[in-house]
Design a protein around this ligand. Structure first.
Ligand code: BES
Ligand code: MN
Ligand code: ZN
Length: 454
């Protein structure tokens, strides 16, 4: 079971969740003296409000927690983030689906302690046993795994480190892993992965995991695995480089989804493609003005070596299309412009497939995991014209997330494709700490479960 869940606690503190409106309209006391305690401590059900009620022995017997407007599916994360070790059960759900509460609890109880000399034990939430508990547990594990991968510093989460992650997954689920490493990328036809990653001490690589029966619908997941983005010769300023260990966040999303698919034994034929490279600086760096060839055959003039994600993804998407899958989903921390457009929380979605967009947005509403559809606006291809090659790799700052998506589209020839320009990070906000974070993971997984689940 996930480490912040438990099926059969010996003793559990009772947690009462209330929206502000729900608390106001409350008829019966949730437990004797609850109202008196709540009013003495100004509890109104406002977002993030906590009241701890001790029992006779001094241990926590009950907890009141405020959900505010009740619109934030992960609101309960602000509770588990501050609860001490111990077991808790939901006595009042405040109208929240239990699946949201469980995801939120695990989210708040998560801690990245790989580099701590002292470790803590998380508070545990009582969840159902059996199949449903396992399902919630797998979902919480995948989110935590994603965050661990993103939070691990670039010195340890290298292109080889990503390969190790995928090898472990392949091993666990009996999948096949193929790796094309270093100079072998050139004869194998991944020139853009090679160009971006060749300056780094750890060799770039293209990783391919295959799982499932070939008679099942074929799904391809593609991830940007830039393990550190210095910007290359167009070097980033210090502030912009500070959190670039997270530039493999797209790969972490693709890997976490693969883990969910295989863990649930979803009847699909899964292909997982990760371009793993570090965008580093050395004498062998690729340069502005260089013209790269690509797997697809298109030539790309480099305007800016910091627009490296679309290069490694271009080769990966071309590769994914060769297998003629029914669906391709790619995840990438592709542009700062995506954050300028939509802020920290909303995950930008690009696709030409209206049915796919509808399914993803429905899943987003169901899971409370925010996704926003963006325009895959073909005319902006004009911004990617090069005087000397088929394409240039940067379309400037106007509509930067859109031009990046339109760039990717030039490498896609598929039945159905969606691209997510995610942040894979969050700031300290809503009572949750800063660090690596899933963006669209729950929504996309729910869409896949609904479409392909038995
Ligand atoms: N990894 C970055 C994008 C990024 C930056 C994501 C900050 C999240 C936060 C990407 O490789 C990049 O550097 N993109 C450039 C593109 C530009 C040079 C056209 C950007 O967004 O500035
Ligand atoms: Mn970059
Ligand atoms: Zn990048």
């Amino acid at each position: 079971m996930h480490k912040s869940f438990i099926a059969k606690p010996k003793h559990a503190a009772r947690v009462h969740l209330f929206t502000s409106a729900g608390f106001k309209a409350l008829q019966d006391d949730p437990f004797p003296s609850a109202r008196a305690i709540a009013s003495a401590q100004d509890f109104t059900g406002g977002a993030g409000q906590v009241v701890l009620v001790p029992g006779d022995d001094g241990s926590i017997q009950s907890v009141l927690f405020g959900l505010g407007g009740g619109k934030d599916a992960l609101a309960v994360a602000a509770l588990s983030a501050r609860m001490p070790e111990g077991d808790y059960e939901i006595a009042d759900d405040g109208g929240q689906p239990f699946e949201h509460i469980a995801a939120a609890w695990a989210d708040g109880a998560y801690r990245f302690e790989r580099y701590r000399t002292t470790r803590t034990k998380p508070p545990r939430l009582k969840v159902p046993g059996g199949k449903e508990g396992e399902r919630l547990s797998r979902q919480a594990d995948a989110a935590a795994h994603l965050r661990d991968m993103v939070n691990t510093p670039a010195a340890d989460m290298t292109p080889e480190g990503l390969q190790t992650e995928m090898a472990a997954l392949a091993n666990r689920f009996g999948a096949e892993l193929r790796a094309t490493v270093g100079e072998a990328l050139l004869p194998a036809g991944y020139p853009m992965v090679h160009a971006v990653g060749r300056a780094a001490a750890v060799a770039p690589r293209f990783l391919e995991l295959e799982w499932g029966k070939s008679s099942h619908p074929k799904i391809a997941l593609v991830g940007k695995g830039i393990t550190f983005d210095s910007g290359g010769l167009n070097i980033k300023a210090g502030d912009g480089m500070r959190i670039m260990k997270k530039d493999m966040g797209g790969a972490a999303h693709a890997i976490a989804l693969a883990e969910l698919i295989m863990g649930a034994d979803l009847p699909v034929h899964l292909m997982l493609y990760v371009s793993a490279a570090e965008n580093a600086i050395s004498g062998s760096s690729f340069r502005p003005g260089d013209i790269l060839s690509s797997r697809k055959g298109l030539t790309v003039e480099i305007d800016n070596t910091d627009a490296e994600g679309r290069l490694v993804l271009g080769d990966a998407l071309a590769r994914a299309c060769e297998g003629n899958p029914d669906l391709i989903l790619d995840f990438a921390t592709l542009t700062g412009a995506a954050r300028v457009a939509l802020g920290a929380d909303l995950a930008p979605l690009y696709t030409d497939d209206d049915q796919l967009a509808a399914d993803i947005l429905a899943a987003s509403a169901r899971t409370g995991d925010p996704v926003w559809r963006m325009p895959l606006w073909d005319p902006y291809l004009a911004d990617l014209k090069s005087p000397v090659a088929d394409l240039v790799n940067s379309g400037g700052s106007f509509g930067g997330s859109i031009t990046a998506a339109v760039f990717l589209k030039q490498f896609v020839d598929a039945k159905s494709w969606a691209h997510f320009d995610i942040w894979a990070w969050r700031k300290a906000k809503y009572g949750r700490p800063e660090g690596g974070a899933p963006c669209s993971l729950r929504a996309v997984w729910s869409m896949l479960e609904t479409r392909y689940g038995a």
